[in-house]
Design a protein around this ligand. Structure first.
Ligand code: GLY
Ligand code: MN
Length: 465
């Protein structure tokens, strides 16, 4: 497809593909269109929750002008862009998800009584404009219908204005530029409201269906020379059909690839006898995402050494769950899981020191060679949610009802690690669940996806065609 230009005078300096529009086209293109039936929708479910979040921001920054940008389209190459994904703070405070308009800004203007909040966005162009038919990035002839100001105002229950009416000032405090405001809106997401919890539950359910799809397709995956890509594709089909997409690039890591923590090249074969680690999460249209890992034996049953490693990781995860109590510290989940990891690898003779020595906070850490990552992170709009929160609110923070986070210990024995006996080499295992903290303790939101070695084997036996 090629863009055309409204007149040769506006020819782009960056492309020579454009052709001038002939006069007959220009004289007729703006006419003959039916009136649009613009029915203002009822506010979407999240509007009332987003309003409460805005009220919290307003109360904390009295008398100051605040700007929350959605962000811009990012160029992938030449004239192709990545799919637009709004900044998470923007989505959180507007309730606008995958249908957010690039370039939008949410503005809090201070008043005597608080703030007036206005959403500035590029509304659709009138059909009398050249944008309508000639702008491949935003013209409705190219990308499909775009909303009017009235429709967005009703949908999100926020006052809206034309983007051109937004005038930045020198004293604006801007999310992404102002550290204190950025930190505040990140910490605002540490405890999820009921809407967010419901969305996360749904994202996890769709992700569980994606994992079933992969297991159901294992024979085809094994047959393909790049079976890992087939895994990625099968999950993608579920993520796009039932959600907005993936919340992060799918990790489909068979055999020794499982030891690379973020293996997303996914260009390897999936061979019987090996383990395959799948770390994947569906992001919904609301932009809430799951983040789940399962490690499965490709041929359906674990070998004795695979099972030994797998069950040690499962035991570490269970220890993490046991430590996760309201009032406990976030980092105590990690410490409980790492304690199991240290004891097991010490028992297996892998450490040059005792488990207790390895667990010494200053002089130890030898066991971390086999699990260099953390056990938990907050989960929500971002897969690593609330990343700008202060350490005392996050890693050293207190677990509270409404928090959603992962528990994801692992053990990874690189193929060329001379510190481990040969049978361990090339085995990588991670088990990752998504957890909701409640007043009564943690709820494993991803418990429906089998996680013990026995249950994983039964899952494979039952679902595989
Ligand atoms: N799912 C990848 C990670 O948590 O880093
Ligand atoms: Mn994770």
């Amino acid at each position: 497809m090629g863009e055309q230009q409204a007149s040769t005078a506006t020819a782009s300096a960056t492309t020579n593909r454009r052709q001038p529009y002939p006069r007959g086209f220009l004289e007729t293109i703006s006419t003959g269109w039916a009136e649009r039936d613009d029915i203002a929708p009822q506010p979407r479910d999240q509007a009332v929750f987003a309003a409460r979040r805005r009220a919290s921001v307003s109360a904390a920054f009295t008398g100051q002008r605040l700007v929350v940008p959605a962000g811009e389209l990012a160029t992938r190459s030449n004239d192709t862009d990545y799919p637009f994904r709004a900044h998470s703070a923007f989505s959180h405070l507007t309730g606008w998800g995958s249908d957010s308009e690039p370039g939008s800004v949410l503005v809090f203007d201070p008043t005597e009584a608080g703030h007036i909040v206005t959403l500035f966005f590029r509304e659709r162009a009138d059909r009398t404009t050249a944008e309508f038919y000639s702008n491949a990035a935003i013209g409705e002839f190219w990308i499909g219908p775009r909303p009017s100001r009235q429709a967005v105002a009703a949908d999100l229950d926020i006052a809206t204005e034309r983007l051109e009416a937004f005038v930045p000032t020198d004293t604006d405090r801007v999310v992404g530029e102002d550290a204190e405001l950025t930190r505040f809106v990140s910490e605002l997401r540490l405890v999820k409201d009921d809407y967010e919890i419901a969305e996360l539950r749904r994202a996890i359910d769709v992700t569980a269906a994606g994992f079933d799809d992969i297991v159901g397709d294992l024979d085809r995956i094994v047959d393909h020379p790049r079976g890992e890509r087939v895994v990625e594709g099968v999950f993608h089909r579920r993520a796009r059909s039932d959600g907005n997409g993936e919340g992060y690039d799918t990790i489909a890591a068979a055999g020794p690839h499982a030891c690379y923590l973020h293996w997303t090249r996914n260009d390897g074969a999936v061979r019987p006898g090996e383990l395959m680690l799948i770390d994947a999460g569906v992001e919904l249209d609301s932009l809430y995402t799951a983040d789940i890992t399962r490690t499965i034996p490709v041929s359906g049953t674990f070998s004795p050494v695979q099972r030994q490693v797998y069950e040690a990781v499962r035991e570490a995860a269970d220890a993490g769950f046991a430590a996760a109590r309201p009032g406990a510290l976030f980092r105590e989940v990690h410490e409980a899981a790492m304690s199991v990891i240290a004891r097991r690898v010490a028992e297996w003779g892998l450490l040059p020191v005792t488990a207790d020595e390895a667990l010494d906070p200053d002089l130890g850490g030898q066991h971390r060679r086999y699990m260099v990552h953390g056990t938990s992170h907050h989960l929500g709009l971002d897969v690593h949610d609330c990343a700008q929160a202060r350490r005392e609110m996050y890693y050293d923070g207190v677990l509270a009802p409404g928090m959603v986070f992962t528990i994801e210990p692992g053990l990874y024995f690189q193929i060329d690690d001379l510190t481990v006996p040969a049978p361990f080499r090339g085995i990588g295992v991670r088990i990752e669940d998504d957890v909701l903290m409640t007043a009564d303790g943690p709820v494993n939101l991803s418990a429906a996806i089998p996680r013990t070695a026995d249950d994983v084997e039964a899952w494979l036996a039952g679902i595989r065609r």
